[in-house]
Design a protein around this ligand. Sequence first.
Ligand code: SF4
Length: 408
Amino acid sequence: MGVGNLGELGMMAGTATVEAAAAAGESPRGLDAAAAGLERINLLGLVMHALETQLLRWCERPFRARQLARWMHRSGAADFGAMTDLARSLRTVLSERAEIRAPQVLRRHHSADGTRKWLLDVGAGNAVEAVFIPEVDRGTLCVSTQAGCAVNCRFCATGKQGFGRNLAAHEIVAQLWLANRELGTAAGRGAGAVSNVVFMGMGEPLLNYDATLRALRIMLDDHGYGLSRRRVTVSTSGVVPMIDRLREDCPVALAVSLHAPNDALRDELVPLNRKYPLAELLAACRRYLERAPRDFITFEYVMIDGVNDGDAHARELLALVREVPCKFNLIPFNPFPGSGLRRSPARRVQAFATRLIDAGHVTTVRRTRGDDIEAACGQLAGEVQDRTRLHERNARSDRRTIGIAEVR
Ligand code: SF4
């Protein structure tokens, strides 16, 4: 749910990317592979059984997969030559046929409050963001799953870009691999390490299901990053059938971008609601809780001035969720150019939160973090380039919307 300025990225790509890659000790994409005439396999995207299968294909013993995974995910290694407990013959095969490589970093930002952001080149003019948010008792990494997003939520800077492409599993895992390396916590341990991952960056993870699932499995694997299911959260705008699949395949913590207490308003704010309306979405949430690692769903609710932040909205919201154990995360809207929306005043957000709390719901108001680097995970504002003429389409739809049109 973040966004990068693709026009500027294009300008930077020829210079900054190579410098950044060199600074990070990464090899420029494909040079070695091109020289060898081979398409290398990026091992960051292989779950354990796929890694074992691949080693078998190379006539290696499958148990080596665990060693390799630990080097790669736990130690943050990229250089096969340094994996000294692997046989020299295996290191040679790996050097010729495989790679451990993150997308090139186009920009790095480091906020005064410790928040860090990486802007990553995923090719063909597409860029995605990963954001690390340190707190006293945890370090949360927000990862992207798509370049752009097709859901086109009204309040989201990423939605304004339109859809670029799905990320591959290795590109999702690479965001965690890279963050651990650059935070100096390659083993994922210690102060300042990534302890939690939220799939809440650019894109709708459940519309890139296979890659998301593989990335989740690698992050949870004891030989991978060893994160607990409670510490990994998938955030969805409400792709009902895939919520059910995730429940079966890999039930991690679930967050749902709700943002409206009724179908009429949610149809406007989250267009996917026209396909999967609230009754179906909440039923899926109840089913999910039967397998979830936490006994609640987190409902995210962007607070937009005069649109969804009134007392009546709060009452309606409470009635809506009465049969779903839940917490609320209120997110003051982050304005961006062309949105036509405004952030709810702080007193309104507080009044809304108080209503939810008084009704017995744990409710948090997301603190603004990394403002100086535009790092709000989910709605990174500012540098929006409208490559798909969505801006014009949205402008036309503005004239049809209720409530939103009243914002001055
Ligand atoms: S908020 Fe909506 S448009 Fe933005 S990334 Fe999430 S699903 Fe896509």
